[in-house]
Design a protein around this ligand. Structure first.
Ligand SMILES: [Zn+2]
Length: 427
């Protein structure tokens, strides 16, 4: 796939028209017949990045690539020597995903830069766009590859991971894009946090809150981290469902249900205290080869996930979870066996950046509602590496990571307006 920018770019083309054209172009070129697939370090993502590069150049902006093949877009005259405010998001998508996850943030950045160039404005702090690669974990099991690689945060295990568990390795995929993988394997820090005065990301909301609260845009307070177990086994004792009285049963499913109801009650109480918390058991299963209508289940496997913006809340809830497991085990005669615990650090958005966004919202008449992000984003990586980070959410219906993602262009343009108000505040 090659990008054909046959159209004559006119400076009269409105920002909105440019956005619509880019979204349409992406939808057409990266459709998989069901949804959108922009595989990282492969055809779909390469197409998106080339489209953004060609569009930026056509509008008089300068482009280059960093060591991880992320696209950098800058204004003419920016020689890259000064620390900049980076506007960015990711160019990839999940398989059979939606058209707006990631792309919206890059197109927003592009529009802000085009507007600065058109108006001949040179902010005292340079503004640069960054189109990151490989944010989604769907292909290589690791999220935020493009941003993590910049900070030396990819392990040898990450680089050896195979695409969807069976394809080429991440290492081979990166090499195919011309990335010097040995520098990433050596965990070199390729991005100096001091070279960024901030990182601002516009993204569609991936939950239902903004639709429910009728908010076109919102300001993100933080990005939830999580503690997870992919597989926990609750072991009781199998038996005849008719022959064993209640007091002699060690029913693994009843024990797990008891555990889940206890966790739900703790969750409810902690929410009333104002804590940020979501709890999920997304996988539950007895074994098909042995389960039966008339058999007391001797074993059930389940997953556990708690998410919060607060590290302390995560750890406190995890402790509660483990102590309730012990209590249920004692009362119901079962045991719990845990696989390894995976921790992903939460990230707070920078207070100063939140203030700038709130003030900018007041100037453009946008709502200044603060919402947490339940999903992970590259902004979390930048924030945890010491870059002052902020995020703008744009309303989106039908959730995300599915073909039905639906963002209204009016809402998107309000988000761009808010981003531009932050970018241009120093002028
Ligand atoms: Zn995303």
């Amino acid at each position: 796939m090659t990008v054909a920018l046959a159209r004559v770019v006119e400076d009269q083309q409105s920002l909105r028209e440019i956005a619509v054209q880019l979204f349409n172009d992406l939808a057409q070129a990266t459709s998989d017949g069901v949804g959108i697939t922009r595989e990282c370090f492969a055809e779909g993502e390469n197409y998106a990045i080339e489209l953004f590069r060609a569009t930026a150049e056509a509008h008089g902006l300068h482009t280059s690539f960093d060591t991880v093949a992320n696209l950098i877009i800058s204004l003419p005259g920016d020689d890259g020597s000064k620390s900049a405010l980076y506007l960015g998001s990711h160019a990839d998508s999940v398989p059979q995903g939606g058209n707006f996850d990631g792309a919206a943030g890059i197109i927003a950045a592009l529009l802000c830069l085009i507007r600065l160039r058109r108006e001949g404005l040179r902010p005292p702090t340079p503004v640069r766009g960054i189109c990151l690669r490989a944010e989604e974990s769907a292909f290589y099991g690791r999220a935020n590859i493009g941003s993590r690689a910049l900070f030396g945060l990819l392990s040898a295990e990450d680089l050896d991971a195979k695409c969807r568990g069976k394809g080429r390795t991440l290492r081979a995929a990166m090499e195919s894009t011309g990335i010097p993988v040995e520098r990433i394997a050596a965990r070199e820090r390729l991005f100096d946090p001091a070279a960024a005065s901030g990182y601002l990301e516009l993204h569609i909301e991936q939950g239902p809150v903004m639709v429910a609260r009728n908010l076109a845009t919102a300001i993100v307070t933080g990005i939830r981290g999580n503690i997870r177990h992919r597989k926990i086994t609750c072991r009781g004792e199998a038996g005849h469902s008719g022959a064993i009285p209640r007091w002699l049963r060690k029913d693994a499913v009843f024990a797990l249900s008891d555990l889940i109801m206890r966790l739900d009650e703790h969750w409810r109480v902690l929410l009333e205290r104002g804590l940020d918390l979501v709890v999920t058991t997304g996988i539950v299963g007895t074994h098909p080869e042995e389960h039966a209508l008339s058999r007391i289940p001797g074993e059930v496997d389940f997953s556990f996930e708690v998410r919060s913006q607060s590290h302390d809340t995560l750890e406190a809830f995890y402790e509660l979870f483990r102590s309730e497991c012990r209590a249920v085990a004692a009362q119901r005669g079962v045991t719990f066996e845990f696989d390894h615990r995976v921790y992903t650090e939460p990230a707070r958005m920078d207070e100063g950046m939140i203030r700038r966004l709130v003030n900018a919202a007041a100037r453009v008449g946008a709502p200044a509602e603060l919402v947490p992000s339940g999903a992970g984003h590259d902004a979390a990586v930048f924030a945890n590496e010491g870059v002052r980070s902020g995020m703008i959410f744009v309303r989106n219906a039908n959730g995300s990571h599915n073909p039905a993602e639906a963002m209204e262009i009016d809402d998107f343009m309000k988000g761009v307006e808010l981003m531009y108000a932050v970018v241009s505040e120093e002028l």
